[in-house]
Write a protein that binds this ligand. Structure first.
Ligand SMILES: NC(=O)c1ccc[n+]([C@@H]2O[C@H](COP(=O)([O-])OP(=O)(O)OC[C@H]3O[C@@H](n4cnc5c(N)ncnc54)[C@H](O)[C@@H]3O)[C@@H](O)[C@H]2O)c1
Length: 219
C-alpha cells in the first residue's frame, strides 16, 4: 500500500485529503501540531522533527504540503510568515526528496487564490502562497520525470479556520459573487488533490489549479 504524508491533516482540507486517500486505498500519514489518530505531532517548520518523521514513516510515495498558518492568525514578522508558509513546504519537500521517492511519485502543494490574484490583510500570506506556486514550478522542472509537482489554489473553503466567516458581510458577499453560489467544502479540494496525485494525472506537472467554484474568473 502506497503511503501519502498529509501535513496539517488533523483539520479542514488536510483531514479531508487524509480521509479520501484512505478511501482510495492509500495509507495516509498525518503530521500536525495537534494530535490525531494515524498521525504524529510534527511541526513542519522544524527540520529535526521532519527528518525524524520521515525516518519513522518508511517509504513515502506521495506528499501533500497542506499545513500553514492562517492569514488572520497572530501577527507574524514578514520573514517568519514566509518561513512558515513557503519555507516549511520547501523544508518538507527537500527532506522527502532526500529519501528517494520512487518513479511515479507526486507532490501537491496547497497554495491559495490569495497567492496569484487576491490581496490579504496579512503582509506575508499572499507573498507566501505566491512563493509556494513558484516553488511548485521549480519542482516540476527539476524533480521530474521521477516526481510530478502540482499545486491547488483554494478559494474560500468552509473549514474550522474559517468558522463563522460565511455569516460575515465579507463572507456573504464572496458567496454571492461565486458562480457556484456557495463556499467550497474541504472535500472539493481533497478531490482535486487526490486527482493530481493519481496516475490519471500522469502528464500533469507544474499546474496551479484553482479550486474556487469559478470565483477567480468571475471577478
Ligand atoms: N480555508 C480556506 O478558505 C483556505 C483557502 C485557501 C488556502 N487555504 C490553505 O489550506 C491549508 C489548510 O487550511 P484549512 O482551512 O484546512 O485550515 P485548518 O486550520 O482547518 O487546518 C490547518 C491544520 O494545519 C495544522 N498546522 C498549522 N501549522 C502547522 C505546522 N507548522 N506544522 C504542522 N501542522 C500545522 C493545524 O494544526 C491544523 O490542524 C492552509 O495551507 C491554508 O492556507 C485555505
Amino acid at each position: 500500500m502506497d503511503s501519502v504524508v498529509v501535513t496539517g491533516g488533523a483539520s479542514g482540507i488536510g483531514a479531508a485529503v487524509a480521509r479520501l486517500a484512505a478511501q482510495q486505498g492509500l495509507r495516509p500519514i498525518v503530521w500536525d501540531l495537534a494530535a490525531v489518530a494515524d498521525g504524529s505531532i510534527v511541526d513542519v517548520r522544524d527540520p529535526a522533527a521532519v527528518a525524524a518523521a520521515f525516518a519513522a514513516a518508511g517509504p513515502v510515495r506521495y506528499l501533500v504540503n497542506n499545513a500553514g498558518p492562517a492569514s488572520g492568525g497572530p501577527a507574524l514578522p514578514f520573514v517568519d510568515g514566509l518561513a512558515s508558509t513557503a519555507g516549511s513546504v520547501e523544508l518538507v519537500t527537500s527532506a522527502w526528496l532526500a529519501t528517494g521517492p520512487p518513479d511515479g511519485s507526486a507532490v501537491v502543494n496547497v497554495a491559495s487564490v490569495a497567492g496569484n490574484l487576491v490581496g490579504t490583510d496579512s503582509p506575508w500570506y499572499s507573498a507566501g502562497k505566491a512563493a509556494i506556486a513558484g516553488y511548485t514550478r521549480h519542482l516540476a522542472t527539476r524533480a521530474a520525470p521521477r516526481v510530478r509537482a502540482n499545486a491547488v489554489a483554494p478559494g474560500f473553503i468552509d473549514t474550522p479556520r474559517m468558522a463563522g466567516f460565511a455569516d460575515t458581510d465579507l463572507g456573504r458577499s464572496l458567496i454571492a459573487r461565486n458562480p457556484m453560489g456557495r463556499a467550497g467544502r474541504p472535500e472539493d479540494v481533497a478531490a482535486a488533490v487526490l486527482f493530481l496525485l493519481s496516475p490519471a494525472a500522469a502528464y500533469i506537472n507544474g499546474v496551479l489549479l484553482p479550486v474556487d467554484g469559478g470565483w477567480t474568473v468571475s471577478q
